[in-house]
Design a protein around this ligand. Structure first.
Ligand code: CTP
Length: 406
C-alpha cells in the first residue's frame, strides 16, 4: 500500500528518514513530499535515494503534471512528520498555498500527524484549537513527547518516538487494508451511538446537567462510519459538529434520548451507550420561569429516569449492546456490577478522576469488561479508543450472527 510522507520545516525533519525506513521495513511503498523549509534541513536527494521515487517539493516543475492530486489519489495513508504549527494551521483553515498544503487538502485517505515544535508554540491556544479542529475532522495524531527540545527549552513538543509513529501508521494502514478488502469491518452494519449529557428541565431557563462533552461518543460515531457502518448518533446538547457521513438525532432530555435511541435500535446490529444520561429528572418542571421569591428552588422533587442501556439490553436478542461506566472509585467492581445488572455485552470502564480520562479530555484510559474478563488498555487518543472498541464490537456482532445462524 502507498504511503505519502509529508516532511515539514523543523529540526526533527531528519527523523522523517527513520520513519520512512521503518515504514519500508514493514513493506510500505513510500513517496515523499517536502515543504520549502523542510529542504533546508534535509535534502530531497536523501529521500529520493531512500524511496527510489521522485521527491515532490513544488506544484510546478515536476515530472507529474498535477502532483498534489496524483499524490492524494494514489495514497492509502498520509503521514506528516514533523508537523509544524504552520502546517497544522493551514490544514485546519483549508489553506493550499504550496505542494504540501495543497496535497493535504486534496487527501481522501486517513491522515496521521506527528507534531514537533517549541513547547510554547505547542501550548499556544491557537495551535491547540487547530489540533482540536483537525481531530474533530478525523485526522489522527501521534502526541508529541515531553523532553529536551532543540530550541533549548524542556517541555512538550518533542517529536514522538519513531517506533510510535511507525506503529500508528501501520495500524491505520491495517484498517485501510481491511476497508479495501471487505468494504470496512462494519460494512453493512447499523450502529446506534448515544453521546453527550442530557439536560433535565427545572423550568424554561434552568436545567440539571453534567460535565459530559460528548467527545467519546462522537469519536465512536466517526470511527464507526469510517469502518463502513451506517451510524445513527443520538446526541444530547454538545458544541460538537456532526461527523461526516453520520446521521445525528439531537435530543435534550433523558426521555427524548430513550425514545430516539429505541427507535433507531429497531433495525440496528449494535448500540453503544456512551452518553452521560441524567439519572434523575425534576418531577414537576415548570412551564414558566420560577421566581426565587416565590418558589423554594433548594428542594426540587426528582424522579428517576428510564435506564436506556438496560432497556436496549432487554430488547437486544442476539444483537450487541455496550455501555460505559464513568467512575471515580472501585472502577472494575462497579463496571462488573453494571455489566450484570444492565444485561449488556460489554462495559467500557473509565476512571474519570484521572486527568487522562476525565470529561473533556482528548485521551482515555479504559478497560473493556465482558463476561469473559477484563482487558485494561493504555491511555490512548479517543479515536484509538474508539477503534479498539469497534474492533471488539465487530467481533461480538460476528459471534452473535454466527450463533444465531446455528
Ligand atoms: N445509562 C443509560 N440511561 C440512564 C443512565 C445511564 O443508558 N438513565 C447508561 C450510560 O449511557 C452508560 C451506563 O448506563 O452507558 C452507565 O452509566 P453511569 O452513569 O456510569 O451509571 P448509572 O447506571 O447511572 O449508575 P451510577 O449512577 O450508580 O454509577
Amino acid at each position: 500500500m502507498r504511503t505519502s510522507l509529508f516532511v515539514c520545516g523543523g529540526i526533527a525533519a531528519y527523523k522523517a528518514c527513520e520513519v520512512l525506513r521503518g515504514l519500508q521495513k514493514s513493506g510500505c511503498d513510500v513517496v515523499v513530499a517536502m515543504t520549502d523549509d523542510a529542504t533546508r534541513f534535509v535534502g530531497p536527494t536523501t529521500f529520493a535515494a531512500l524511496t527510489h521515487h521522485e521527491v515532490y517539493t513544488s506544484l510546478y516543475d515536476c515530472e507529474t503534471p498535477i502532483p498534489h492530486i496524483s499524490l492524494a489519489d494514489d495514497s492509502d495513508l498520509a503521514v506528516v512528520v514533523p508537523a509544524t504549527a504552520n502546517v497544522m494551521a493551514k490544514m485546519a483553515s483549508g489553506i493550499a498555498d504550496d505542494l504540501v498544503s495543497s496535497s493535504l487538502l486534496a487527501m481522501h485517505c486517513p491522515v496521521l500527524v506527528a507534531p514537533a515544535m517549541n513547547g510554547h508554540m505547542w501550548a499556544n491556544p491557537a495551535t491547540q484549537a487547530n489540533v482540536a479542529t483537525l481531530r474533530a475532522r478525523g485526522i489522527r495524531f501521534v502526541q508529541p513527547d515531553e523532553g529536551h527540545l532543540a530550541c533549548g527549552y524542556d517541555g512538550a513538543g518533542k517529536l514522538a518516538s519513531v517506533d510510535d509513529i511507525v506503529s500508528a501508521a501501520l495500524a491505520l494502514l491495517d484498517v485501510a487494508r481491511q476497508t479495501d478488502s471487505k468494504g470496512g469491518v462494519l460494512c453493512g452494519r447499523k450502529v446506534v451511538v448515544t453521546a453527550g449529557p442530557t439536560h433535565e428541565a427545572i423550568d424554561p431557563v434552568r436545567y440539571i446537567a453534567n460535565a459530559s462533552t460528548g467527545k467519546m461518543g462522537y469519536a465512536i460515531a466517526r470511527v464507526a462510519a469510517s469502518l463502513g457502518a451506517q451510524v445513527t448518533l443520538v446526541s444530547g446538547p454538545t458544541s460538537l459538529a456532526a461527523p461526516a457521513g453520520v446521521e445525528r438525532v439531537d435530543v435534550v432530555s433523558a426521555a427524548q434520548m430513550l425514545e430516539a435511541t429505541t427507535a433507531a435500535f429497531a433495525d440496528a446490529d449494535a448500540a453503544i451507550c456512551a452518553a452521560a444520561v441524567a439519572d434523575y429528572t425534576p418531577a414537576h418542571p415548570a412551564d414558566y420561569k420560577l421566581k426565587k421569591s416565590h418558589v423554594h428552588l433548594d428542594s426540587i422533587e426528582l424522579v428517576e429516569t428510564a435506564d436506556i442501556l438496560a432497556s436496549l439490553s432487554a430488547l437486544k436478542g442476539s444483537r450487541v449492546v455496550v455501555g460505559f461506566a464513568a467512575e471515580t472509585n472501585d472502577l472494575l467492581a462497579n463496571a462488573k456490577r453494571k455489566l450484570e445488572c444492565k444485561g449488556c455485552d460489554m462495559i467500557v470502564a473509565n476512571d474519570v478522576s484521572r486527568a487522562d480520562s476525565t470529561f473533556g479530555s482528548d485521551t482515555d484510559r479504559v478497560a473493556f469488561v465482558t463476561h469473559e474478563g477484563v482487558e485494561q488498555m493504555e491511555t490512548l487518543p479517543l479515536d484509538d479508543v474508539a477503534s479498539e472498541l469497534l474492533g471488539r464490537v465487530s467481533a461480538l456482532i460476528e459471534g452473535a450472527s454466527a450463533h444465531a445462524a446455528r
